[in-house]
Design a protein around this ligand. Structure first.
Ligand code: GLC
Length: 488
């Protein structure tokens, strides 16, 4: 197996590609592949903790999150009732956007609430599933763009307790189970978009009003009224009513309405919870704590920034009855390893249905990922990024990506993660002969298979500036077998 740091020309290509990737100008609501970065600054009318804390304070605040590496995203809400279809029309977009994409009138959408009685919901089972998958934290949608609150909100009655026959607070039940089972809990909150509250923002789709994004006069009103009478008061409820939770707040889609002044009002609130971790999607140029690449893995991660790749298991965040395009367990495990090797976290989504039940293909995959982590978690949790780098792939000197930039060609032969006295090599493509490392970032004193509890030494032979590792003829795990290099 050959690795190289790439020729100077390749490195130059790589630098140009990375720089140009962030050169484009327009705003982005989500951090999709190739989209320009969400505008960020460190100077604000109301400083956020990220603007003022020392690196040591930041490291202490982020420590548990960095060590966690793997979390569960839960997109669950009223959109699980239509489940991707309304009046015989199917949406080909993500399920939680159905109200916007199919221009469902506010009254029709709100009418779903009377049928929402997810008695199949079990906070115990969902938290146990996250734990069995090896996930260390959960982030659940407390209110998505549709404006329906999945918690007992006294601020607005369009919520699961007041407006449905279910009458229970899933966030409260999850908080109790997370406390019991020892896993952290965060809340996603769509702070700007709200398609059922008068004045709520709406990303413009199709023939909707080009200024407000609205499609129903019932949506019209003052954004400041929405912000002050619903959004900020609900964020306050979420921060104050669930004891030690949330430990994470996941803002989403900072539309043009989220000016620095308005975002500053939210920051005043989150500043009262100094241990809170929140992401880069509040708006108003607040960078938050984490980059949030969505549905992709950044080729080189974000050096110097904490980041989290959020991904669906199929193609939708919110449940769609007809989306069976689930990624394989192999893909999910290798994504987790790839992300960890670049110093990021993997936030992997489940989308419970209208009964509160997690689709079986998602349960099955999470349990299989958990099996891999049970044997190999040491190579993922509390590790740092690779000391090598070129193993992830390279930028094509000829092919261009959709933005005309050099296309990154991933190679999926192996990855590496790092610990103080160990280097982990996660091998995807089992070599026919010895596994070769071209250069060594540290002195290697021995090697063994992580799955081998006896740590029987593997034969290592110096080879050029690197070494050859003699491996068994077949991999321990066809998805990824981990070799541990003892280093000093
Ligand atoms: C996008 C979508 C939103 C989803 C989020 C998850 O912002 O608009 O529906 O919740 O991605 O990252």
């Amino acid at each position: 197996m050959k690795t190289d740091r790439g020729t100077p020309l390749k490195q130059a290509f790589r630098n140009i590609a990375i720089a140009s990737l962030f050169a484009s100008a327009s705003l982005s609501y989500a951090q999709l592949e190739g989209s320009p970065p969400i505008p960020q600054s460190s100077n604000h009318p109301v400083p956020a903790i990220q603007d003022t804390e020392t690196p040591a304070q930041r490291d202490a605040r982020m420590q548990w999150w960095r060590e966690a590496r793997f979390g569960m995203f839960i997109h669950w809400g009223l959109y699980s009732i239509p489940a991707g279809e309304w009046h015989g029309k199917r949406t080909d977009h993500i399920g939680e956007w159905i109200m916007n994409d199919l221009s469902i009138p506010v009254a029709d959408y709100k009418a779903f609430a009377k049928d929402f009685n997810p008695t199949g919901f079990s906070a115990h089972d969902i938290v146990a599933l996250a734990k069995s998958a090896g996930m260390k934290y959960i982030v659940i949608t407390s209110k998505h763009h549709d404006g329906f609150a999945m918690f007992d909100s006294k601020v607005d009655s369009f919520n699961i307790v007041a407006a449905t026959p279910f009458k229970r607070d899933p966030l409260k039940e999850l908080a109790e189970e997370c406390r019991k089972q020892g896993i952290k809990l965060g809340f996603y909150y769509s702070q700007a978009q709200d398609w059922t509250a008068p004045g709520g923002a709406a990303a413009v789709r199709g023939n909707h009003n080009p200024e407000t994004g609205h499609w129903d006069p019932a949506q019209d009103g003052s954004f400041d009224d929405y912000l002050h009478k619903k959004s900020i008061p609900q964020i306050k409820e979420l921060l104050e009513n669930y004891k030690e939770y949330p430990v994470v707040v996941w803002f989403d889609t900072p539309t043009k309405e989220m000016t620095p002044e308005r975002a500053a009002e939210v920051v005043k609130l989150v500043n009262q919870h100094p241990n809170l971790i929140w992401n880069n999607r509040l708006g108003g140029t607040y960078k938050g704590d984490t980059e949030t690449p969505e549905q992709f893995i950044p080729p080189q991660g974000y050096p110097g920034r904490d980041w989290e790749s959020c991904m669906t298991m199929n193609d939708t965040w919110g449940y769609k009855s007809f989306d069976a395009n689930f990624k394989s367990t192999e893909t999910l495990v290798r994504n987790l390893i790839d992300i960890a090797s670049k110093g990021g976290n993997y936030l992997l989504n489940i989308g419970p249905d209208s009964h509160g039940v997690v689709p079986a293909p998602e349960v099955e995959r999470l349990q299989q990922v958990g099996q891999w982590l049970k044997v190999n978690g040491e190579a993922i949790y509390n590790t740092q990024a690779t000391l090598f780098g070129p193993e992830a792939g390279s930028f094509s000197p000829t092919e261009k990506d959709k933005n005309g930039k050099p296309k990154f060609i991933s190679t999926w032969d192996w990855r590496s993660t790092t610990a103080p006295n160990k280097i982990y090599i996660e091998i995807f493509a089992w070599p026919t002969g010895p596994f070769h490392l071209d250069k060594l970032p540290r002195k290697v004193t021995g090697a063994y298979l992580l799955a081998d509890k006896a740590h029987k030494p593997l034969k290592i032979t110096p080879s050029g500036e690197g070494l050859d590792i003699q491996l068994p003829s077949t991999p321990v795990d066809p998805i990824a077998t981990v070799v541990v290099l003892n280093t000093n």
